[in-house]
Design a protein around this ligand. Structure first.
Ligand code: TNX
Length: 587
């Protein structure tokens, strides 16, 4: 059964298909009209037939008068649009009425249905007006506005217009208040610049939480003043034996502030009481036998545990949580809790019963991997489900006591699982996860005993045993992260794989413009920019600007090459990162 909003969307798209034929559109735009291409799909889109807003050199951005948060969103939007358009796009307080030739970001007049995170976007021939109740809502509206412009608007260098926003009224708000991603910076350390790059990508898809897995067996990644060797020694290596690293407090704060400017909350995790070899190696007194083990750079799990019976363990945990809480404006501290197989079941519960109040003492709410539900949780604590089944008695009991659940089922939401057997990086213990697998599940009915209202939201974890570079992060996160973002934001009645894959395919020009190394899944009809001429061995040769799709054949350097998947700018013979071109031999 479809809701009225879903029907409205369906009608809107049908109307669009009609008007698309009559307007001046590039071939690429004609293939995927912008209003049909938004990810996550909005609650409702009503096109204004024949109307379009031209973004031109004189366009100004005006923001709610006197509101610093609205001004910051305006500055952010200008920062996105200036490099590619080359326009000045000055940002100033909005006069009333809103002048023509402007993009207005206003904190009044939004319909009440948009709530705390949603927005209304109205584009006419003379202005684009985003209205929301909060700066979070304006920021979400700005992400939609980006997607209404051609993908090349995302380029860091000047591009050719025209820059046209189709006329429409969009009313939009999230299904779940929490939309998350997790980055493991412990297995391989990822520097501040990489985290910022990821934050920029998350923001585009309206993800509003980044959980940082800051400590594990192979490395401790955050400066703690009361236990300095955690970072300086415990952070000195990583999986495979590389140099590792850690964030100073100033660097962590830089990440927190950058995230805030993208309306993203940082959730720091210290994994306890297992996954602690780096801490045990740094301080002998944390070990039951008083002997510090060696640092580890392998990927074994389940062998390390804090000493549950020692008082110093709780001094240590309290110190770490206190320092972390002081650096973290968000409401959550994540205490891990998974795979503590070297801690007895009774000790595990003892430990959690002592540590949960230590979290509360910092004024924060606890999040933990769903194993923490083996203890009796306060309603404020959120178990994060990472299993591969669809029921868990600990989680459903916690829900009956008032807890809300974060859903990260490993066989759907784990970004570190391979797409298929030939994926060059990633793991496969929870199975292969193609884009359709990532998309086709309903968070509101997934776990027995955990209904829609007990779900805090969806989170996509990226563990980094095999993930070293920003390009690796891109490759595993995209496009699956966009699928999860839609599960977290869009109303369930809009859920439709066929429509989604087209909308997802339309993201390709944006990702290319951003140099995002996404996985060109053969399940997705990637937008090729309207180009169709692949060349032949005998005639036109490979060109760096041409888009090729799987099966296209070109000649280059006297050889004939076949593209395995969507590609642009990757030279046959030199290949892209993982060899998109198959060499078919001499022409
Ligand atoms: C399981 S999921 C883990 C991590 C690994 C991950 C690899 C969870 C809470 N623990 O320690 O990195 O699998 O996919």
């Amino acid at each position: 059964m479809k809701t009225s909003s879903a029907r409205r969307l369906g009608r809107a798209l049908a109307v669009l298909a009609l008007i698309g034929a009559g307007t001046q559109l590039t071939p690429a735009a004609a293939a995927t009209p912008a209003l049909q291409s938004i990810v996550p799909v909005p609650v409702s889109v009503t096109p204004a037939a024949g109307v379009a807003f031209p973004l031109v050199s004189t366009t100004k951005i005006v923001t709610e008068a006197g509101s610093a948060p609205a001004k910051q969103v305006g500055d952010y939007l200008a920062g996105v649009l200036r490099p590619s358009t080359g326009f000045a796009l000055p940002v100033s307080d909005a006069p009333a009425p809103v002048p023509s030739d402007s993009i207005a970001l206003l904190l009044s007049g939004a319909p009440s249905t948009v709530g705390a995170q949603g927005y209304q976007l109205v584009s006419t021939a003379s202005s684009v007006t985003v209205r929301a109740q909060t700066a979070d809502g304006l920021f979400a509206g700005v992400q939609t506005l980006r997607q209404l412009l051609p993908g090349r608007v995302e380029s860091p260098s000047a591009q050719t217009g025209p820059w046209t926003v189709p006329g429409a009224t969009i009313v939009d708000y999230p299904r779940f208040g929490y939309r998350g991603a997790m980055l493991d910076v412990a297995r391989h350390f990822h520097p501040v610049a990489t985290v910022k790059r990821y934050l920029d990508q998350l923001a585009q898809y309206k993800i509003n939480n980044l959980h940082l897995h800051l400590a594990d067996d192979q490395g401790w990644r955050i400066q703690i003043d009361s236990w300095p060797r955690l970072a300086t020694y415990g952070g000195s290596t990583q999986v495979g034996g590389g140099a590792g690293g850690y964030y100073t407090k100033a660097q962590y704060t830089d990440i927190v502030n950058y995230a805030a400017s993208r309306h993203i909350t940082i959730i720091p995790e210290i994994d306890l009481p297992g996954h602690v070899n780096a801490a045990l190696a740094s301080y002998a007194e944390l070990n039951c036998n008083g002997v510090a083990p060696a640092l580890r750079t392998d990927t074994a799990v389940g062998y390390s545990s804090l000493c549950i019976s020692k008082d110093i363990t709780y001094t240590f945990v309290a110190d770490v949580l206190r320092e972390l809480a002081a650096l973290t404006p968000g409401p959550y501290l994540h205490i891990g809790g998974d795979e503590a197989s070297s801690t007895s079941a009774a000790d595990y519960v003892t430990f959690m019963n002592k540590v949960l109040p230590l979290v509360a003492a910092t004024g924060k709410s606890a999040v933990g991997w769903h194993d923490i539900a083996k203890a009796t949780l306060p309603a404020s604590a959120s178990p994060q489900f990472w299993g591969t089944t669809t029921s868990d008695s600990g989680v459903s009991t916690a829900v009956s006591r008032g807890s809300k659940v974060i859903l990260s089922p490993a066989n759907k939401a784990y970004l570190d699982m391979k797409y298929n057997s030939s994926t060059p990086i990633g793991l496969s213990w929870a199975g292969y996860i193609e884009v359709q697998d990532a998309y086709n599940w309903n968070p509101g009915t997934y776990l027995s005993g955990v209904g829609e209202s007990a779900v805090r939201g969806v989170e996509s974890p990226l563990w980094t045993e095999t993930v070293v570079t920003p390009a690796d992060i891109d490759y595993l996160a995209f496009p699956r992260l966009a699928a999860h973002a839609e599960l977290g934001w869009s109303p369930w009645p809009t859920h439709d794989w066929t429509a989604f894959r087209t909308r997802l395919g339309a993201q390709a020009p944006r990702w290319v413009a951003q140099s995002l190394n996404f996985y060109r899944s053969s399940q997705i009809p990637w937008d090729t920019g309207g180009t169709t001429n692949p060349g032949t061995c005998a005639d036109p040769a490979w060109s760096a600007s041409q888009v090729y799709t799987g099966g296209n054949v070109v000649s280059h350097n006297g050889h004939k090459w076949t593209a395995k998947w969507w590609t642009q700018g990757e030279e046959p013979g030199t290949t892209g990162q993982w060899g998109v071109w198959t060499d078919n031999g001499a022409c």
